[in-house]
Design a protein around this ligand. Structure first.
Ligand code: COA
Length: 319
């Protein structure tokens, strides 16, 4: 029996507080401008979690929406995988906390740490478990409170990130039902030699980044992993209905769209409103585009991300 993982539902959540670039600069006394931030990154605003609001709190909203959209009861979930670099605690895992918040008492729960690539990694693990017959219904959540990692005196990083959560519900389907739908393949990479260009340092841990180096790696590594994903499935860019990239920087997103020859209308962009929500950014963008009717059943979606580690990866899924 050949099993496939169908994307049965998606969900997203952004915390209530929204700061545009000017408000952020004013709140933290930053020597920056809306024009500089928009020109270099495309970011206009970001959402920030309330004090005490944890990754599992944001994740719970997103997960409930994914379950509701799928029409699947929480009692049917076999496991939860949370991708996060900002866990509620060292342990219990954010996934276990989320499980409790959802009132789920069965199945497994664990976190995956791959920074901004976390969602692609978590999707890959969940897909492999479903294909192996180890689970039939898995919640894959990206949930981040990156505002807790910011050095608010460092204008080179603190303007780039935001808080949020996204979720997808994967369910097993046999080949006859799935047809050509479902997660087609995931492609994961890491190169720890470049760990120091994007890292959390010190106590309390604050994010440090060599922005230009990250940019350089992003453009070349994402281009390569996207080619790898398409080639593995004998597909070409003309088959791709939607590029749903990690939302770090509009310039990187545009470069990928151009590389693939995709018009801007087929690239899902949320970075302008969300900033970089790390592991939450892809599932948040997926949820938005599914909610507003852009992504439809049968659409081939290409996801790609790069983040601290360095880690990077891509996934292809047909909705
Ligand atoms: N406002 C105004 N000036 C700023 C600034 C800000 N928010 N942040 C940095 N600057 C200044 C720097 O201090 C520097 O000034 P100097 O020339 O007087 O030293 C100047 O702008 C250029 O800095 P640099 O870091 O070289 O800018 P850049 O063109 O590389 O843009 C990033 C910076 C971060 C926007 C860009 O490197 C980038 O997007 N990198 C990728 C980041 C990323 O995607 N990370 C997440 C991956 S998951």
């Amino acid at each position: 029996m050949t099993l496939r993982s169908l994307i049965a539902g998606t969900g997203g959540y952004l915390p209530d507080t929204v700061l545009d670039n000017d408000a952020l600069a004013e709140r933290y006394g930053l020597d920056t401008s809306d024009a500089w931030i928009q020109e270099r990154t495309g970011i206009r605003q970001r959402h920030l979690a309330a004090p005490g609001q944890m990754a599992s709190d944001l994740g719970a909203f997103a997960a409930r929406e994914a379950l509701e959209q799928a029409g699947i009861d929480a009692g049917a979930v076999d496991g939860i995988i949370v991708a996060t670099a900002t866990p509620d605690a060292v342990f219990p895992s954010t996934a276990a906390r989320l499980q409790a918040k959802l009132g789920i008492t069965q199945g497994f729960a664990f976190d995956v740490a791959a920074a901004c690539t976390g969602f692609v990694y978590a999707l890959s693990v969940a897909d492999a478990m479903i294909r192996a017959g180890q689970a039939r219904c898995v919640l894959v959540v990206g949930a981040e409170v990156f505002s807790r990692l910011m050095d608010w005196t460092d204008r080179g990083t603190c303007v780039l990130f935001g808080d949020g959560a996204g979720a997808v519900l994967l369910r097993a389907a046999e080949a006859a039902e799935a047809g050509d739908r479902g997660v087609l393949s995931c492609h994961l990479h890491a190169d720890g030699r470049h760990g120091d260009i994007l890292q959390v340092e010190g106590t309390p841990g604050l994010l440090r980044m060599a922005g230009r180096d990250v940019f350089r790696h992003a453009v070349s590594k994402l281009a390569a992993v996207v080619d790898e994903a398409l080639a593995a499935n004998n597909l070409s860019t003309s088959d791709v209905a939607w590029l749903v990239p990690h939302q770090a920087n509009l310039r990187i997103i545009d470069a990928m769209g151009r590389k693939l020859g995709l018009p801007a209308e087929r690239v899902v962009v949320a970075v302008d409103r969300h900033a970089n929500t790390s592991a939450a950014s892809i599932p948040l963008a997926l949820a938005e585009a599914a909610r507003d009717g852009r992504i439809n059943r049968g659409d081939l979606v290409l996801m790609e991300a790069i983040g601290g580690g360095l880690t990077w990866g891509a996934a292809l899924a047909r909705f």
